[in-house]
Design a protein around this ligand. Structure first.
Ligand code: SF4
Length: 454
């Protein structure tokens, strides 16, 4: 706007400006245009103290000091990587920069850098076992120094050896009686038996892994969906049917409805669905065989809690309870846990009944639940392997396992309530997929004899 003193009013510009009349809108449009025409560039806050630049960018730039690393023969003065698929002759014919020219440019830049009064050159003596030499570009400098009766000075020793006290990482043994949960599930008790520290981290501190968002259905989605399908199938089936085909069709229809209700993408769920189409007739066949023996579905997805005989109660959800009425003889109850694992792995699980916590826990829940007449009927429990054919894997003498589990659980919880430590005792498969592995830091333990913890 030339508003400097004296300029705005004098000369032809001043005369013209005095005659000019602006509409407000025109004035704003002009201001807008002028301001848009330039970019705001804030002044640098601080002058840069360290500049990292390739050698070619150091030409004619003043620096207070220069540190030039990588002065070995493979980096400084090495054959320049120009050319790509073109030969040196072809590049020359096409008037493109040749390797020779690139090398000359590098020499020129180096000559400039070597004029700096404060200069440090460094190079490695070996790389991956291969010895490295100083760059041939520096040899003339060294010869010149030697002719003058000197040599380049060795770098001052700046690495000062220090002795630090050893701080080995070892297993921790927390004790937290105040954090003892008031209820324990089968999974929690399994965690306690597999590794007390895992129980401490996940059940007492309540830490959990952050779920990775993934729209692909995984095995957990498949398991949840299958549980919901079978529950809906049985709760809407008033009486046993003698038409297996009708049962299969109803099961498939419920499967489709549940898939939709749970928002499972049809395409992404295709493999699980094809599996289910094979499973449905096999499941109905198994069911009809059980019904022919007199077994009847009684209830499913049953949330139960029972006194644990110690400082915490037991709680859990029983997948399904079937009952067998036997006339004069006392009825029998059967606890069924649906599994999509293979029958073989489930057989291995029940081979050592006292190691199979889950079914023993469910049996203890059943016996302790107020609604059941404990002891008045026979009890059996097992896994139902949902594969083709469907297999029933029974936990032998589950009532004995339940009694042992109740006693062990009460004792374990009483010890924890009294302040017993919770050392990380997990081994092998227990540690493979452990969510608390980052906390117990087992990978970082130094040689500590774990037996001492037990
Ligand atoms: S990684 Fe192993 S030792 Fe560590 S908390 Fe998990 S189960 Fe226990």
């Amino acid at each position: 706007m030339r508003l400097q003193e004296g300029v705005a009013t004098a000369g032809p510009y001043g005369r013209q400006a005095r005659q000019l009349e602006w509409e407000r809108a025109d004035h704003l449009a002009w201001v807008d245009e002028v301001l848009e025409a330039v970019s705001f560039r804030p002044a640098p806050a601080e002058p840069a103290e360290v500049v990292i630049a390739p050698l070619s960018r150091c030409l004619l730039r003043p620096f207070a000091a220069v540190v030039l690393p990588g002065c070995d023969h493979t980096h400084l003065g090495a054959p320049a990587a120009v050319g790509g698929c073109l030969s040196e002759a072809e590049r020359r014919d096409l008037a493109l920069p040749t390797r020779e020219q690139a090398w000359q440019r590098e020499r020129l830049a180096l000559r400039h850098v070597l004029t700096h009064p404060r200069l440090s050159l460094s190079w490695r003596r070996s790389h991956q076992g291969e010895p490295l030499q100083v760059s041939p570009l520096l040899e003339p400098l060294r010869l010149a120094l030697r002719r003058a009766g000197g040599d380049w000075p060795a770098a001052p020793q700046v690495l000062v050896p220090q002795t630090l006290p050893a701080c080995p990482v070892g297993p921790t043994q927390p004790s937290a009686p105040a954090l003892l949960p008031s209820q324990v599930s089968a999974t929690a008790y399994e965690a306690l038996r597999a590794c007390p520290y895992r129980f401490f981290a996940l059940r007492m501190l309540g830490l959990e892994e952050v779920e990775v968002l993934d729209d692909e259905p995984d095995r957990r989605d498949q398991g949840n969906w299958l549980h919901a399908v079978l529950h809906a199938f049985h709760t809407t089936r008033a009486v046993p049917s003698d038409d297996p085909q009708a049962d299969v069709e109803r099961l498939l229809a419920i499967g489709r409805a549940q898939r939709q209700a749970q928002g499972l993408d049809e395409a992404a769920f295709l493999a699980e669905w094809l599996q289910f189409e094979r499973l449905a007739p096999a499941y109905v066949e198994w069911l009809h065989a059980q019904e022919a023996q007199g077994w009847r579905f009684e209830r499913g997805e049953w949330a139960v809690s029972a006194p644990g005989g110690g400082p915490a109660d037991l709680r859990g959800v029983l997948d399904r309870v079937d009952r067998l009425s036997q006339g004069e003889r006392p009825p029998r109850a059967r606890l069924i846990d649906y599994k999509i694992s293979s029958a073989e792995s489930l057989r291995t699980r029940v081979r050592q009944p006292l190691e199979d916590t889950q079914l023993a826990f469910y049996a203890a829940l059943w016996e302790g639940a107020a609604e059941t007449a404990a002891g008045a009927e026979g009890l059996e429990a097992g896994y139902l392997a949902l594969e083709v054919p469907v297999r029933w894997i029974e936990h032998p003498q589950v009532a004995d396992s339940a009694a042992a589990l109740r006693a062990g659980l009460a004792e374990d919880l009483a010890r924890l309530a009294a302040g017993a430590p919770l050392p990380p005792l997990g081994e092998g498969p227990a540690c493979t997929h452990c969510a608390a592995a980052g906390l117990c830091r087992k990978e970082h333990w130094t040689a500590v004899r774990q037996e001492g913890l037990a």
